[in-house]
Design a protein around this ligand. Structure first.
Ligand code: NAD
Length: 491
């Protein structure tokens, strides 16, 4: 496990020598310390990224050259995947099979953007048709510059990959600020890019607190673009700060995603997808299936089956075989979830499963899989992200009622529809105000497909070719190609 920051291709102690404890959420024990970077370290990291961009020529490498680095990074992630997955469990708490899945996806993300980097060699300069044949106009796609990437704790290495891989593919350099409670695998990424011989300063990793290192990165005048995933509150602050010097921004800020089950749905399938949607990663997922809307005819049956299955889930240390639900990431997150469930009940919701810290553990931030019904529409539990294994289930009668309920949210990240009627599935998916709609499934995520939200769920899209667009500027280059003098001002 690393104990230093990765700046300008070297491991270095933070200027102020500060440290942060790393706590295993399953045992509440301090297992390591990481450097507590501050504004001084961000200054060094941004200078290195600036030099790598402005002077050392990273943006002038070919897409094929950048693709080769990205492929090598992916290869090294795969070689170390078991070690990285285990670090993720120690740091975040998630069950080991989920962590292995994340690490595989992280490697896949680097491979995918390697392919897009290679394609840029043929597509980054194109002639376009214009209305005056005395001129020729070309459009060039160029790297945005120095990126500040700020990521959350729910998918540590994967979220790092979603920012770093497309940024490097585009020719940007980046300073990455991982979440303070899950920085271990991000630091390992430093060791990986070092082994891949990525030029110094292209990727810099500064761990530390959001209010210190994060804030310094956001307000740094030499950063051209901010890419952020996390809470709406901080996203809004970042947007305001970025406005001061018109930094480019992309934001991914979570949601309160509905899943609609119609009478004709495959109920067992729906139960399976709801379980995956809300209990995977302990419900700490921006697109989590946190509001389930069920049509009258199948409401009782679905709720009964959901309660039965939720009660069967095995909780425990993520490193233990057979565990499906690990601890929440931190004491702060656990306290937040406990408070949200208590408040829901005060507001009139019925607790029909879970709702407590399980009695069998004397330590660890565990919380039972929890189901709430009769949740008032104006309550905190219905409207706000709880970010834990807590689902609100509600009945509806008509399709239009379901749509009104589903869309009545300030968020619009994801939504899901369960029905065997394809016409209805198309109609409902078109009417849902969300950036991602799943039909007869929930949560599958593909590196090739756009990811991001409507409304207060964010700005911009990650993944796919849209993810690369985040890191590209568009330049018009127009040449006067006529042999005739222009003859407008000079006669
Ligand atoms: P957060 O938004 O506070 O933190 C996310 C990242 O932003 C971290 O790296 C953090 O250090 C950094 N940060 C915090 N304050 C900053 C600042 N002033 N300037 C720059 N960077 C700053 O999220 P959190 O405290 O980790 O979690 C709080 C809530 O956010 C959760 O309960 C959940 O609702 C939501 N969340 C959403 C996602 C998502 O994927 N959309 C992920 C994690 C958390």
């Amino acid at each position: 496990m690393r104990t230093q920051l990765f700046i300008d291709g070297r491991w270095t102690d933070p200027v102020n020598k500060g440290q942060l404890d790393v706590i295993n959420p399953a045992t509440e024990q301090v297992i390591h310390v990481i450097p507590k970077g501050t504004a001084e370290d961000i200054e060094l990291a941004v200078s290195a990224a600036r030099r790598a961009f402005d002077k050392d020529g990273w943006p002038n490498t070919t897409g094929a050259q950048r693709g080769a680095y990205l492929r090598r990074i992916a290869e090294l992630i795969r070689e170390r995947s078991e070690m990285l997955a285990r670090l993720e469990v120690l740091d975040n708490g998630k069950p080991l099979p989920e962590a292995r899945w994340d690490i595989g996806d992280a490697a896949g993300c680097f491979e995918y953007y390697a392919g897009l980097a290679e394609q840029l060699d043929d597509t980054s300069v194109v002639d376009i048709a214009i209305s005056d044949d005395r001129f020729r106009t070309r459009v060039r796609r160029e790297a945005v510059g120095v990126v500040g990437g700020i990521i959350p704790w729910n998918y540590p290495l994967l979220m790092a990959s979603w920012k770093v891989a497309p940024a490097l593919a585009a020719g940007c350099t980046i300073v990455l600020k991982p979440a303070e409670n899950t920085s271990l695998t991000a630091l390992e990424l430093g060791a990986i890019v070092q082994e891949a011989e990525l030029p110094a300063g292209v990727l810099n990793i500064v761990t530390g607190l959001g209010a210190e290192a994060g804030q310094a990165l956001v307000s740094h005048p030499q950063v051209d673009k901010l890419a952020f995933t996390g809470s709406g509150r901080i996203g809004s602050q970042i947007m305001a700060e970025a406005a001061k010097d018109i930094k480019r921004i992309s934001l991914e800020l979570g949601g309160k995603s509905p899943l609609i089950v119609f009478d004709d749905a495959d109920i067992e399938g729906a139960v399976e997808w709801i379980m995956f949607g809300i209990f995977w990663n302990q419900g700490q997922v921006c697109s989590a299936t946190s509001r389930v809307l069920v049509q009258d005819g199948v409401y009782d049956k679905l709720l009964t089956r959901l309660i039965e299955e939720a009660k069967k889930i095995t909780l425990g240390d993520g490193l233990k075989e057979g565990v499906l639900l690990g601890p929440l990431v931190s004491k702060q997150q656990l306290d937040q979830v406990i408070a949200a469930v208590a408040r829901a009940q005060e507001d009139g919701a019925q607790l029909v499963a879970g709702g407590h810290r399980p009695g069998e553990f004397s330590q660890g931030y565990f919380f039972q899989p929890t189901i709430l019904t009769e949740v008032p529409l104006d309550s905190h539990a219905w409207k706000e992200e709880i970010f834990g294994p807590v689902v609100c289930v509600r009945r509806f009668t008509t399709e239009s009622e379901a749509l009104t309920l589903a869309n009545d949210s300030r968020f619009g990240l994801a939504a899901a529809v369960m029905t065997q009627d394809n016409v209805r599935a198309d109609r409902v998916s078109a009417a849902l105000r969300a950036g991602i709609v799943w039909i007869n499934c929930s949560q599958p995520t593909f590196t090739e497909a756009p990811w991001g939200g409507y409304k207060q769920s964010g700005i911009g899209r990650e993944l796919g070719k849209w993810g690369l667009e985040n890191y590209l500027e568009t330049k018009q280059v127009t040449t006067y190609i006529s042999r005739d003098p222009w003859g407008w001002y000079i006669k």
